[in-house]
Design a protein around this ligand. Structure first.
Ligand SMILES: [Zn+2]
Length: 67
């Protein structure tokens, strides 16, 4: 929660979604650095990131709270 406040974002829900997206990206990067991912693993990570991105975009469209 302190990170959200420090970031200056006014919408906590948006901050949460942005955090999820960042987490998905970081996880994919870290995993692929550790070892070679299988195609299904790669696809699952990509999908997770796409979903997080879509939720964030939807929120922006519906809520109009882009920073
Ligand atoms: Zn919002």
């Amino acid at each position: 929660m302190h990170d959200f406040l420090a970031s200056g974002l006014s919408c906590l829900e948006r901050a949460r979604l942005a955090d999820e997206l960042g987490e998905a990206r970081t996880r994919g990067r870290n995993l692929s650095r550790l070892r070679r991912l299988t195609a299904p693993e790669r696809a699952a990570l990509d999908q997770r990131e796409r979903l997080a991105q879509a939720r964030l975009s939807d929120h922006d469209a519906e809520h109009g709270c882009q920073p």
